[in-house]
Ligand binder design. Sequence first.
Ligand code: PGA
Length: 246
Amino acid sequence: MRALLFAANWKMNVGPAEARRYLATFLTAYPPQPNRQVWFFPPAVSLEAVATAIGNRTDLRAGVQDVYWEPKGAFTGATSSPLAAEAGAKAALIGHSERRHVFGETDEQTGKKLKAVVAAGLHPILCVGETLAQRDAGETLTVVRRQLHAGLGDRVEVLVTVAYEPVWAIGTGRNATPRDAAEVHRAIRAWLKERQAKETRVLYGGSVNVKNAVELLAEQELDGVLVGGASLDPQVWIELVRTAVT
Ligand code: PGA
């Protein structure tokens, strides 16, 4: 059975009290499954609640949605990698499309954040993906390779997971076909291999739900999914994570 990672990106939802209730439901209904990891990315204020609830379940992990690259100091409103680690984070999303397109994060900033995350011992999930205009102009692979290079440089010495999330598929109800996703996943894997990466895990994200997860995950190029909306309700998320895949 191939290993799969299910990552829940709660975005700016689920405070500490709701997170505790959510995890209580999840832990009771979802015992560890072979070769299946489930990672939760709550807002920073709920990290400790999630990490504490997870306890020593090794199939589950808490992660932070974004960090600033400096470890500490006068950066009002920001969270650093060491602070997130202290709150229980073991992983971090880097360069999510909402960071890039809502908050104006640049490729250069994404690269700095990735380095800071690795320095703090967190596992980075580097998010990449093209806009609809870029896809229509046939620039998908150019954009994705540029984002990979900005995040990882010429030689990939760190363990990293890449999440391919086409911007036009995030929160829109419109997901890429398994074939579209697989084509980009193959290009990402080839890019990573050319740069001696030890790990080539590639997730797909963008309007993944209980219905389309089966079809998407049947595509062998997908090592898992990064899910926003469909991860907010514990019952829906449990159903999605249980998706039968061979
Ligand atoms: P969505 O979000 O599943 O709500 O489209 C995915 C993401 O932004 O990671």
